[in-house]
Unconditional design. Sequence first.
Length: 337
Amino acid sequence: MNFLFLDALNCRNKGRIPIWLMRQAGRYMPEYRALREKHLFLQMCHEPELINEVTQLPVRSFGMDAAILFSDILLIPEALGVGLHFNDSVGPVIERPLASSSDIASLPRIQAREDLSYIAKGIRLLKGCLKVPLIGFAGGPFTLASYMIEGKTDRTLRKTKQWMLRDPASFHHLLSLLCECIIGCLEMQIEAGIDAAQIFDSWAGTLAWPQFHEFSLGYLQKIVQRLKTRCPVILFCKGASAFTQELASIHPGAISFDWNANLPALRRVLPANIAFQGNLDPDILHASKSVICGEAARLLNGLRGDPGYIFNLGHGIHPDTPVDSVRALVEYVKEFS
Ligand code: CP3
């Protein structure tokens, strides 16, 4: 078993810096595209054998130091009955987006252990074969609420923010309901064997500072408090560097930063017992090998010897990333000393 990732998450890594990449199992890999020709994305998420196979692809091809469960944050909204499909050109589509507080009131109560049991089955299969730690995950309440209201990816989140400001009580009701589903889903993943959990509150960075406190942070705190004694929790919000102090104040195991942050400088303001992850710009992987290694070296030199640093991108790998660039990056980070 390779413990580098878990040691770093516990801020006591004395070996080389571990690496894994967000969206490491995805369309940039020819083996993934071959499987996608035979199955729809959602079928792949629902089928334990395929969850097992796809999760392992990047670990086998590149020697990543951690595996992230192949799944999606939108499986909780799907279980809540709002209808979900993935369209190759527009991405995820919620078929019946929430439009009124009565839509929230009529959402069913779900039990992760029953309604999302296929995820636990996939985790159990993986734990029988992986030689690296397995990261489970879920979306953050604000990010899931925004998908359920917008119905698709819309970076302005205008409908969501207008609802939040017009009727904060029903918006909080939705966030509380989602928070319980997320905790239930992650407890199920912990019982099935994940070694760490990452919360993707990807769109919380669109919030103003007091809104972030009210509509994201309090719910993230509840999730961290309920889970942290059972498994380390990593928080990822796009734009998190503006909220570093707030995120640190809820004592997660680690914070994952996007590429805006000056990571070596942030390390100096983060408490030493919080690990941190990131933050290479995924676009760098479209540059030449020497630029990729030069940018990786800048980060690695700035954080050399830090016992709580995990190398990653600032957000997911783009589907058109050259596979040889990913290989070159991982080799470079693993050989750096
Ligand atoms: O990191 C990994 O390899 C683990 C798997 C993973 C996926 N989605 C697989 C996926 C994870 C951690 C996610 C999280 C996720 N899903 C987030 C939060 C992270 C982020 O990117 O901010 C969000 C917002 C989603 C919702 C989602 N799923 C979107 C917006 C899309 C479309 C984007 C795209 O690349 O087309 C997806 C689809 C998706 N999720 C794919 C994969 C491998 C591509 C689907 C395909 O094969 O067509």
